[in-house]
Design a protein around this ligand. Structure first.
Ligand code: 8IG
Length: 273
């Protein structure tokens, strides 16, 4: 039987051939981050839809490319968009990127996203770091048969999911606020009552991605750093209705800043390797 891990191995073989060799770091660009790629420098590009198992992301403001670039002495695979669970293809395509990256030799995943923010004192458009998450998607990438040996079993430990080591490196490269990300199914936004509940649960950020990727990334041994771009105050806190267009507009305005932070963080991770 072909497993999701076989498909990731196929994708990695394709990318290894296309980009001539293994990579060290994968960076996934979420909402508001796609335009930051310009700041990271030139690289070799390929359409993600050419790579086995990948779908062209349909989410607003997401790119559809795999880019191979070099930062310091690290080869970085940049995915300029991601597949969300709400796109309706199930969990496997959502986590295919991180599984492929691990099969391509990556040891570190830097996941980025756009998020609603529950903290009125956190500036919109200024990147923050995720310290931990609450997964309310009701999903897990580890559902199903136990992964084939030599992969780890399905009961993934998430105690230190957001690497303390990488967070210290990122903090040193670019001081940032840090908080808990609540991952929801979407694609609708929350009600104000849900945001009040989220606050009492200890959430600082809300979004529709990342948590499933982090679980899958930890399973395959990737060390994870996750950055959020707060693009809007959460529902009931925001003085205006939420909209995808607002997210895009903030992303565009913040691209240079987000790119600068991402570049500094990737450089620092390279330098610590
Ligand atoms: I960008 O306010 C972005 N993504 N669930 N809520 C949820 N996802 C988001 C939000 C938000 N903003």
């Amino acid at each position: 039987m072909t497993t999701a891990f076989d498909l990731a191995a196929d994708a990695a073989a394709f990318l290894r051939k296309r980009f001539a060799g293994d990579h060290h770091i994968v960076a996934v660009l979420g909402s508001g981050w796609a335009d930051a790629v310009g700041v990271l420098g030139a690289g070799d590009r390929c359409a993600i839809s050419e790579v086995p198992g990948f779908k062209k992301p349909s989410a607003l403001g997401h790119g559809g490319e795999a880019i191979s670039l070099t930062i310091g002495s690290s080869r970085v695979l940049v995915l300029t968009g991601r597949t969300h669970f709400y796109e309706g293809h199930g969990v496997a395509p959502v986590v295919h990127g991180v599984r492929t990256a691990a099969a391509l030799g990556c040891k570190v995943a830097v996941l980025t996203n756009g998020a609603g923010v529950l903290r009125e004192d956190w500036p919109i458009g200024e990147p923050v770091m995720i310290s931990d998450h609450i997964n309310l998607t009701g999903q897990s990438p580890m559902t199903g048969d136990n992964p084939p040996a030599p992969l780890a079993g399905r009961f993934v430990d998430l105690t230190d999911a957001y690497s303390k080591r990488l967070r210290a490196i990122a903090r040193g490269a670019s001081p940032m606020n840090e908080g808990v990300y609540l991952g929801l199914h979407g694609p609708h936004y929350e009600t104000p009552a849900e945001i009040r509940a989220a606050r009492s649960w200890g959430a600082d950020l809300v979004g529709m991605s990342t948590v499933l990727e982090v679980i899958a990334a930890r399973h395959v041994g990737l060390e994870v750093l996750a950055l959020s771009l707060p693009t809007n105050l959460a529902a009931g806190i925001s003085p205006t209705p939420l909209s995808g267009e607002e997210v895009i507009a903030v992303g565009k305005k913040s691209a240079a800043r987000a790119g600068e932070v991402l570049r500094a963080v990737l450089s620092a991770i390279d330098a610590a390797a």
